[in-house]
Design a protein around this ligand. Structure first.
Ligand SMILES: [Zn+2]
Length: 54
């Protein structure tokens, strides 16, 4: 059973793995390993409109 999920970075659009527990936290932040951008994942993030590329 997978304990992780892929999330796309809204800044550089690359996907990386985060622990599945992130998605059970209402306001969890994770940091992109590629560009160091911090963004929200989890329940709160699903209520946010998708980020358009700059
Ligand atoms: Zn990134």
């Amino acid at each position: 059973m997978a304990d992780f999920a892929y999330v796309p970075c809204p800044n550089c659009r690359r996907e990386f793995m985060v622990g599945e527990e992130f998605f059970r936290i209402a306001e969890a932040y994770c940091q992109c390993p590629y560009c160091a951008f911090e963004f929200r994942v989890g329940a709160a993030a699903e209520q946010r409109p998708p980020v358009k590329p700059a």
